[in-house]
Every structure is written in structure tokens, then in C-alpha cells.
Design a protein around this ligand. Sequence first.
Ligand SMILES: Nc1nc2c(ncn2[C@@H]2O[C@H](COP(=O)(O)OP(=O)(O)OP(=O)(O)O)[C@@H](O)[C@H]2O)c(=O)[nH]1
Ligand SMILES: [Mg+2]
Length: 332
Amino acid sequence: MADADSIDDILHGLAGGNRRSLALALSLVESTAPNDLDRSAELLTRLSEQPRATTRRLCVTGAPGVGKSTLLEAFGMALIERGHRVAVLAIDPSSQKTGGSILGDKVRMQRLGVHDNAFVRPSPSRSALGGAAAATRDAITVCEAAGFDTVIVETVGVGQSEVEAADLVDLFVLLVLPTAGDDVQGIKRGIMEVADAIVVTKADLDADQAARATAMYRSILGLMLPSKPEWQTPVAAVSAVTAAGLQDLMDVVTAFFSEDRRSAIEHVRRHQRLQSFDQHLRRRLTDLVASDVRLNARFSELRHRVAQDHLAPTAAVQSLLRHCTIELTETL
Ligand SMILES: Nc1nc2c(ncn2[C@@H]2O[C@H](COP(=O)(O)OP(=O)(O)OP(=O)(O)O)[C@@H](O)[C@H]2O)c(=O)[nH]1
Ligand SMILES: [Mg+2]
């Protein structure tokens, strides 16, 4: 992290739409280096004090290869044509293993990646969601401060991470292949429950198949509770290649973010912020114990005693917290 740039410099740069300041701010909020944590908190505190514009947060998720990046290139460009400024943050829980997706995303967002009114950020290296969920929330805030009114998170649907991503955004879009319509077993129920919109991709390949898949997803959704009160999850068939159905997706986004839904969106964001605070606090407390040799030893010993039924779990936690207090008083 370049210490030469003060928080004032970064804030000034962000307000002026400076790309380097944006990159610096993002690295800072994504950093786990102990030295960066206070600076990151300072940056975020200052951002919270600034007046903020109305923004739209979306997540596009789906199986590897379903067409997320290609759709975002087409959809992002369409948003820009309508006067929006679009940031795309890619989170790929598998990127550390494969290493291939960063290049892939760059190639697939060729126009968006270089447009003045867009910003495309490939996955940060330590990006198993879960640990990175709080960092991604902060990254969204930074992009918004840099003047991007629409921030889109692209994430590969792997296990629990996609449902966690739903808590970072307003509108959660699930992409499915037209072929998946013939076998819905492949789509987990949990993800369908939190989807605010379903997009059947690659509709150009076989129009009949895409229409069948669309009808099938609509009927399944009809049997489920809506993802949000007073919102009916729509299903659209889209081709990123021919742009067919792109307008339908645009209409869904416009309807979701209509003025009369603003208070409902803010209500959800409030809940998300509190949830993030609770989760992050829990994680940091656990990290605190794990990172301190003496606390960690105490933790293991207490855990062992609980397992042996030599100590009640509540008493063990009380004992550990006492040690935390002692350690913290010594170190702070
Ligand atoms: N025919 C057709 N092919 C598409 C369409 N959208 C994407 N593809 C192709 O599908 C493949 C995967 O597309 P991507 O956009 O990279 O998919 P992705 O979901 O971002 O993939 P990962 O990031 O690796 O999970 C590419 O070869 C695209 O060219 C579409 O609308 N029609
Ligand atoms: Mg992709």
C-alpha cells in the first residue's frame, strides 16, 4: 500500500473520478495487512460523512460459463448509453485455484473495460467470499464514492457464497442456461429463493428451448415465496450475442429501482448493514483469539475441557473473554 497518498489525497482523487485513487482505495479496503486496517477505517468513516447519491447495487450470479461476463459487457454498455456510470466487481471464489478467470473477464468485457464511464475490477486475489464479503461491501461503497451510480458484482455460483452475495446488493440476478430448464435439479432451491430476477442466457442458441425454460422457471417461482415482499421475481430470456431480450432485463432493473421502491430498498440495506456489522465483529473476535499465541493456547485448552465435559460451554467462554480483556489491556 502506497503510504505516500494520504486519505485526503485519496478522497480528493475519488471525488474527481481519478482512476489511480480508485484503485488505491479499493486495495486499501480489501487489504488485511494490520497497518492498512486503521487507514481503511479512516477512509470509510470519511466517506460515510459525505453526502451520498442514490445508487443501484446488483449481483449477477450463475454457474461457470453460464454467460455472466458476456451479458455484463452488453448490459453494461446499454446502461452507459442511458447515461449511467457502471462499475463491475468480479468475485470468483475459485480464481485462486484456476487463475484463469481474470484474463477471461478482461477479454469478455473489452468495450466496458476501457470505457470512461465504466470500471471493471477482476477478482482480488484473496477472494473466497465469506471472508471477502465485508471487503466487497466496502469496495461497493468506494465505487459509489467515485461516482458510479450502478455497481454490479459478478460472482460464480459456488456453494454458500452466492447466497452471501445476495446480502451485498439490492437486486440479485440469477443466470441459468436454457438447457437447465430440462433439468432443474441442478439449480439449488436456496438460490432460487433469494433471486430477484432470473435470466435464461444464450437464448439465441435455441429459441424454443429458451421459451420452455422461461415458462418452467416461472411456474416454479409461482410455487415459492417471493424473494422480497411486493416484488414478483421476473424471468427473462436474453441473448448477449444478438441483444434479444436485453430490453426486458433493462425494464426489470428500471422497475426494481423505481422511485416507489426506494424505501423498500433502503429497508433491506439497513438490515444488510447490521448483519454485516454482526458478522464482521464475530469474525474479527475469532481472528483476535486465533492470532494471539497465548489466547489461542487458552482457547484450545478450554475447548478440550468443554469436549471432556469438564467445563460448561458458557463458563469456558466467560473464561476466554476474561483472558481477552487482559491481553487487550496489555496490547492497546
Ligand atoms: N451463443 C451465445 N453464447 C454466449 C452467450 N453469452 C455467453 N456466451 C458464450 O458462453 C461462454 C461463457 O461466457 P462467459 O460470459 O465467460 O460466462 P461466465 O458466466 O462469465 O463464465 P465464468 O466467469 O468463467 O464463470 C463464452 O464462450 C461466451 O462466448 C450468448 O448469449 N449466446
Ligand atoms: Mg465471467
